[in-house]
Design a protein around this ligand. Sequence first.
Ligand SMILES: [Zn+2]
Length: 59
Amino acid sequence: MTCPVCKKPTDPAYRPFCSRRCADVDLGRWLTGAYSVPGDATDPAEAEDDLPSSPPRRH
Ligand SMILES: [Zn+2]
């Protein structure tokens, strides 16, 4: 088995990676992707209600 980050032989201590560094790299990629996952789009919807450029609502 090889490290998915740099393709070096895997170190059993850091499986499936070859080193702590590569494990961190992969984790960083995963977190970055997780933050951009669609579905957490509640912010734009809420912001749409508070747009300063939107006309004032008449009650
Ligand atoms: Zn590696």
